[in-house]
Design a binder for this molecule. Structure first.
Ligand code: BES
Ligand code: ZN
Length: 633
């Protein structure tokens, strides 16, 4: 067994994608709800780049594999030798890869062996079966679903969890197309993130068969499946929602703006929405993120169903990924900000177009607050505070924070300021045109930006612009951004006024009316201000605020979560009951992390008892991250 090394171009994969590269994946999958397992066959066509290729190394983290075969020209199967590194999975962030021996074909199958290099092509088929170690899938019992009638399952592959479904080159450097066949018993639906090409009922197996295709090359982290009792509701010609039975209409009404968001983004990039169909899937509450940009099928938390569209910026964000992330993709997780910073930037452009400049400014303020607290949380010296963190030997999820989003966003605002809004828009469009279907790092964007400036501005003027931009400093330096961006909003003063009145215990007329009429973002600025200056508020003031503003029942989950964080940080035992109810019905990490982290600080033992009792409801990703916090506290 040779020593195993991570790939230097993407330290979170073991795959040798410089020697052999996945081009087309054919999947045939089914769900076994009784055994909580997804199983089937993955047949992959690779292009061979190295004429003396010996092994194909695939990422693998959990699933059982068998019958690894080469498929020859006559469609016969030829067994291949392979081995799996035997390591302690719990300790291995990257899993234990699968090494498929190609060189040994030479002994007995010389024709097939030579064919691989003559045609520069090889097709390999692998049977796989997932098990309870596969963290990219969550199974829910029927009791955990809305109608309590059928079990449910869904996947989450970003960042490096596709390898927990089946063996694959699990790196965003590699993009390929997919053909997927799913089969499931009625009345359940089994979907893949692609376009449904055909569906039929197989009377022999009594199963519903769906054939999907993803004909735009995608990275493995965008592979997505869901199975459960789902219903569909249309939003527009190309947009719709999938949701648990009974939720379709509410979801369609919450997300009506999807079509508008797409049109605004198409205009901004001057580049059509290439994916044709855009559907949103509303998951049960254990989904650990706000949204996930799976192609043709954005996954979202049901917490977005606030009834007032106040969280639809998440939809704008995931739609923006259709260009930044899904067409142009970060080539490794060190460049994660190239996905998320760009998408944050677009999210705020869309909100500006839809809700006005003031709203988008407020979002920048809320974002800047979260950037400051994230940097303080890690410490300014931590490499996680830079836009190019080092993920060698660790799971990128462990370094996840708002830093790549907000520091990346601020860098792009800075770059935009240097050339003006309209020029920057053109640069973004050129960047998409040039790098669509490819994987990039930040220097690829730098090239487009600099080429544009050099062409657009006369020699001296272009140098004036380019000379002041310190790309390296922005991208590689730890801590707060090199250049402090000013985000001002007329609401900041209103917020200060109301807060000061509470602090001074003045009688306030209409406090509730003022608060209620504010947009969610203003409310968030208000609550964050309290959170940041907790020493100015004694418990009585906090209780007064709660009473006066009627916190927290009638507001959305972003507001609730930050309110509960305040009460935990203040050590208010009387609110614990409410916090617990919230934690029993929410799985979004954005809420779980600050609430558990604050509770751990306040009362480790009770927090731990509660978590141990309830952790089964959380997604494996969330469970692992919260557990880590208990272990290190
Ligand atoms: N792609 C991310 C979610 C993600 C990131 C999952 C890294 C796993 C690893 C998604 O686009 C995202 O950023 N979601 C945000 C939306 C918010 C920024 C509007 C979320 O879930 O909160
Ligand atoms: Zn995102």
């Amino acid at each position: 067994m040779q020593e195993l090394k991570a790939n230097p171009e993407d330290v979170n994969t073991y795959s040798n994608f410089q020697e052999v590269i996945q081009k087309e994946v054919n999947l045939d999958v089914q769900i076994d709800f009784d055994n909580k397992s997804m199983f089937g066959t993955i047949k992959t066509k690779y292009e061979t780049l190295n004429p003396s290729l010996e092994n194909i190394i695939l990422d693998l983290h959990g699933p059982d594999v068998s019958s690894i075969c080469l498929i020859n020209d006559d469609l016969e199967k030829i067994d291949l030798d392979y081995y799996i590194y035997d390591k302690n999975l719990d300790k291995e962030a990257l899993g234990t890869p699968l090494v498929i021996n190609i060189a040994s074909l030479k002994n007995k199958f010389i024709k097939e062996y030579e064919n691989i290099f003559n045609k520069k092509e090889i097709t390999i088929s692998i049977d796989f079966k997932t098990n309870e170690k596969c963290n990219g899938i969550q199974y829910l019992t029927k009791e955990q679903t809305r109608t309590k009638s059928y079990p449910f399952m869904f996947t989450q592959c970003e960042a490096i969890l596709c390898r927990t479904l089946f063996p694959i080159q699990d790196t965003p450097s590699v993009k390929s197309i997919y053909k997927v066949k799913t089969s499931i018993s009625t009345p359940l639906t089994f979907l893949f993130g692609g376009i449904l090409k055909s569906h039929f009922y197989d009377s022999e197996t009594k199963k519903k068969i769906n054939i999907f295709e993803q004909n735009i090359p995608i990275p493995s982290y965008l592979v997505a499946f869901v199975a459960g009792e789902l219903e569909y509701a249309k939003i527009s010609k190309r947009c719709g929602v999938w949701a648990e039975k009974g939720l379709g209409a509410a979801a369609a009404s919450e997300f009506v703006d999807a079509e508008k968001y797409i049109e605004i983004a198409e205009n901004y990039f001057n580049h059509p929405y290439e994916w044709k169909v855009y559907n949103i899937l509303v998951l049960p509450f254990s989904f650990p993120f706000g949204g996930m940009e799976n192609p043709n099928l954005t996954f979202v938390t049901p917490a977005l169903l606030a009834g007032d569209r106040s969280m639809s910026n998440v939809i704008g964000h995931e739609i923006s990924h259709s260009w930044t992330g899904n067409l142009v993709t970060n080539k490794n997780w060190q460049n994660f900000w190239v996905n998320e910073g760009f998408t944050k930037f677009m999210e705020r452009k869309l909100d500006k177009a839809l809700l006005g400049e003031e709203m988008s400014k407020l979002e920048s303020i809320v974002g800047n607050n979260s950037l400051i607290s994230a940097i303080n949380m890690y410490g300014e010296d931590s490499h996680f505070t830079s836009l190019s963190p080092d993920f060698s030997g660790i799971d990128p999820d462990d370094g996840f924070s708002t830093i790549p989003y907000e520091k990346g966003y601020q860098f792009l605002c800075y770059l935009e300021e240097k050339v003006g809004e309209e020029n920057f828009r053109e640069i973004m469009g050129q960047y998409i045109d040039k790098f669509k279907y490819k994987s990039v790092d930040w220097t690829d964007f730098k090239t487009v930006y600099e080429d544009f400036v050099n062409k657009k501005f006369e020699g001296r003027n272009s140098r004036k612009i380019l000379n002041v931009i310190d790309w390296n400093k922005w991208v590689t330096e730890k801590g707060f951004p090199t250049y402090k961006m000013e985000f001002k909003s007329k609401y900041t003063e209103e917020v200060e006024n109301l807060i000061n009145k509470f602090i001074k215990k003045e009688k306030i007329e209409n406090a509730k009316k003022i608060f209620k009429e504010w947009h969610t973002n203003v409310k968030l600025v208000f609550l964050e201000k309290i959170l940041k200056n907790l020493n100015d508020f004694d418990e009585n003031i906090i209780l007064e605020i709660k009473k006066e503003l009627n916190l927290v029942e009638e507001y959305n989950d972003d507001i609730k979560a930050i309110w509960y964080e305040i009460t935990l940080k203040k050590g208010m035992k009387e609110e614990i009951e409410n916090v617990m109810n919230f934690l029993k019905t929410h799985g979004r990490l954005k809420y779980l992390k600050p609430l558990y982290f604050s509770w751990i600080k306040l009362d480790f033992q009770n927090a731990k008892n509660f978590f141990d009792e309830n952790k089964i409801i959380y997604h494996p990703i969330a469970r692992r991250l919260i557990q880590n916090k208990f272990n290190s506290s």
